[in-house]
Ligand binder design. Sequence first.
Ligand code: NAP
Length: 294
Amino acid sequence: MPPRPDGRRDAGRARGSRERRRTVSDGRARLWLLESAKLHVYSPSMSPPTSKSIIISGGTSGIGRAAALGFAKVGWRVAICGRRQDRLDAVKAEGGLRIAEQCDVADPSQVARFFAGCVAGFGHIDVVFNNAGAFAPAALVGDLEVEVWRQMIDTNLNGAFYVAREAFRAMRAQQPQGGRIINNGSISAHVPRPQAVSYTASKHAITGLTKAISLDGRPFHIACGQIDIGNTATEMTASMSAGSLQADGQKRAEPTFDVAHVVDALLYMANLPLEANVQFMTVMATNMPYVGRG
Ligand SMILES: NC(=O)c1ccc[n+]([C@@H]2O[C@H](COP(=O)([O-])OP(=O)(O)OC[C@H]3O[C@@H](n4cnc5c(N)ncnc54)[C@H](OP(=O)(O)O)[C@@H]3O)[C@@H](O)[C@H]2O)c1
């Protein structure tokens, strides 16, 4: 038998065949046995037992919450942040998370404090999911208030930079050196929605952030990738089933998809060894208006 992928001792091997049979009944261990048998089967929900750590910004709702619960379920040590204390408490209790702290990502000192707590609590940071983000009410470029523009850039771009900067620092300093940063971009990192200049500009900038971190991270074993999501069902997209403004000026309902598929994609990205990286991944509602100009 090959060694377990998580480096742990094989209890079944040590205690004999009866114990080994019981291990087989554990769903997560089953994947390891399948791998051992050289069957190249992958199912994220059957990831091997792990004690890896992940920090998720914006874990109080939507994608961040689903990711926090999904990673915790398969054994990851999870830390989340957000601004809503009641939501932090609820997600922490639901998933048995290690850390859930109030932190506004638009404030660099709060982000630094949050990361200091995570480094102290976890010792080693394996993955950071740079997820926190907001969407602004529709407005034409000529009518957008400067204050709204600033809030969006402060959260979606500056906040993502503050999170990435702390992640980079921690991963560069730790032993073994390195880690993975996954930035949450969007379909809007590629094409705009009408009347969404601040969101579009902030998400296009995330692509630059991802590429720059990927390059700067090479000497330090820091991998950086980006997930670009289109219309998964969260609070942010709740209004879409009622109708979204289209490029032709019409309002039409758009399809959405279950956030569980985003979590599976994140698990795939996060579980890769550091020598491999998903640079960009697009996960979208199959029939949403994106490919084919509408
Ligand atoms: N849903 C989609 O289809 C979709 C598509 C493309 C991209 N995305 C991206 O996915 C990310 C999450 O979106 P979602 O759909 O899950 O929306 P959501 O349900 O509204 O969640 C947004 C999360 O970000 C947090 N957040 C917002 N501003 C923050 C701040 N200043 N400081 C700390 N946390 C903050 C929120 O926490 P608090 O309110 O508690 O602070 C919440 O946990 C965003 O970056 C979004 O642009 C989503």
